[in-house]
Design a protein around this ligand. Structure first.
Ligand SMILES: [Zn+2]
Length: 244
């Protein structure tokens, strides 16, 4: 007999990029069994004091926007995190991985090998994501992390990017696209163009976009969370509120 599972999804607001009020998100999933799954860690926490603004971008991170502050606001410390899922190691997703030595880091093998091999795109936060205290589990393709949480390989934005599908008992399915689909306007595979920050070719980008929209349809997901959608983000419930 199956017991009723509960599951919570928190959307963590880790700052804003200007111009355009572009959100920097991370996510926390809590399971019935008390397993805490953090997905991504945002820009480096040093940006609160000293932002390192890439050309044309102003990164705004208030003290309450750091991943540690967001976790503390719901009663958690970095040591409470069991799994750190890395969608990818871009600057705005991997800046605080070094705080999670107690967690098992879950990443696509292909992505890890490209970054570890020294690709300059992933160099800025290397001290954080390649910290010697971190333990990585390399996964290949789609897999189930724990019951109700699926990792989906979605190369295109970068090689070995991964997205996450979570099945919530009341809300239903929620698809965390991360940078596989940064904005709703990029959600249609037929018209999806290469974006300035996309690293792979158009074919793989469209393939992953189609894969996610097929899964969203097949699973009848309640909603897709896009990676950096300034229109969608304010319409969603942010931590300390949660979806369940
Ligand atoms: Zn990215």
């Amino acid at each position: 007999m199956e017991t009723q599972q509960t599951m919570r999804l928190y959307l963590l607001h880790l700052g804003t990029m200007q111009p355009g009020d572009i959100p920097v998100p991370a996510y926390l999933i809590q399971t019935t069994d008390g397993i805490n799954i953090l997905i991504d860690t945002g820009w480096p926490r040093s940006f609160v004091e000293a932002p390192r603004n890439p050309p044309g971008l102003a990164v705004e991170i208030r003290p309450e926007d750091t991943v540690v502050a967001r976790l503390a606001a719901i009663g958690l410390q970095p040591a409470d995190i069991d799994y750190l899922v890395c969608t990818h190691l871009d600057d705005d997703y991997s800046g605080n991985h070094d705080l999670f030595a107690g967690a098992e880091c879950i990443i696509q093998r292909h992505h890890y090998e490209v970054a570890k091999g020294g690709h300059p795109r992933f160099a800025a936060n290397r001290a954080a994501w390649d910290h010697p205290s971190l333990r990585y589990r390399l996964v290949e393709g789609d897999s189930e992390l724990v019951p109700g949480v699926n990792l989906l390989e979605t190369s295109g934005h970068v090689p070995g990017h991964q997205s996450v599908l979570v099945h919530l008992p009341q809300t239903g399915g929620v698809l965390l696209a991360a940078d596989a689909i940064m904005h709703q306007s990029m959600a249609d595979a037929a018209t999806r163009q290469m974006y300035i920050t996309d690293m792979d070719d158009e074919r793989s980008i469209r393939q992953s976009t189609r894969k996610l929209s097929d899964i969203a349809n097949r699973e009848g997901v309640a909603f897709v969370v896009y990676g950096h959608d300034a229109q969608q983000w304010p319409s969603l419930q942010h931590s300390p509120l949660f979806y369940e």
